[in-house]
Design a protein around this ligand. Sequence first.
Ligand SMILES: C[S@@+](CC[C@H](N)C(=O)[O-])C[C@H]1O[C@@H](n2cnc3c(N)ncnc32)[C@H](O)[C@@H]1O
Length: 335
Amino acid sequence: MVNVRTALKNGIAQLREANVPSFTLAAELLLLQVLSRNRTWLYAHPEEIITDAEAHRFFGLIARRAAGEPTQHLTGKQEFWGLEFEVTPDVLIPRPETEHVIEVALDRLALRERRAGRPQKSAGEGLQIADIGTGSGCIAIALAKELPAANFVATDISPAALALAKRNAQRHAVADHIDFREANLLSPVGAQHAAPLLGAISTEAQSRFHESQVTSNQPPTYDSPLATRHSPLSFDLIASNPPYIGRREAPSLPREVRDHEPASALFGGEEGYELYADLISQSAQHLKPGGILVLELGHNSLPAVQPLLDAKDWTNVGVTNDLAGIPRILAAERL
Ligand SMILES: C[S@@+](CC[C@H](N)C(=O)[O-])C[C@H]1O[C@@H](n2cnc3c(N)ncnc32)[C@H](O)[C@@H]1O
């Protein structure tokens, strides 16, 4: 027989012994998961006896966490932008610094509206937005919650990630607004190549898309592939948090990351910044004039990536630091 206080104390001690970062929080989250309770309950009921089955499950999770599995893989969730996302080993666990992608994207869109003399706070009517390398779907879904009238395309090279992102979109009731597509950056792969871009989203969203294309004097694009050189499809905003860690940095990564998160979500190449050149040149082809590009950067990517935004194609280039003072977001406007 063990009560809440003792279970938690023992769990914390085991995680501290195993050098787990944030060991107290991790033990709390695992106990909350097992008991299906919230934190307030946990600290208001230290004497509550937990069942043997609950204790067995809790110490099983503690052992797995001590062996390096991320807490989020054990609880199956992570909060991002105030929303709860399902996470599995198929996707990158959403990170707090990626919330700067959302902030910068929304700020830049509002600025664009202000310059055009329109209300800054819109629901995103007529906007076409792409999230490249969507993973759990966190960027597209957070933006879709903020801009419920916009249409989204979210790509990933991993079908397993796309399946999870779709579940997260359903969970947050934005699946009708996001077309999840298997693609290499903005280029469809395999059987998806011939699929219509808007085939997966609602008829209502398709007609909104159609109207916006007609009002912008572009031909309708129902049967256009996602991103071919000659596709008339174009976006108002492209956001991406691509893989950006260098393979040579792998040995110095925390074991939780190196051994448990997908390599395809972590590594951009030997140096880390290799994907940005293609991402930026494809974005240049697929942004409308005045369209916005928002990229998350690795901790040392800026010097290699910023020069790729040449003055021929891009203007209003800006860098935003994260809370640790690292240049984390690079944003620019297509000329
Ligand atoms: C760093 S994770 C970002 C996931 C999510 N957007 C986030 O911010 O948490 C990068 C994602 O890009 C995907 N990816 C890697 N290479 C890609 C490529 N060439 N084209 C499209 N997606 C790619 C990975 O599968 C992974 O889901």
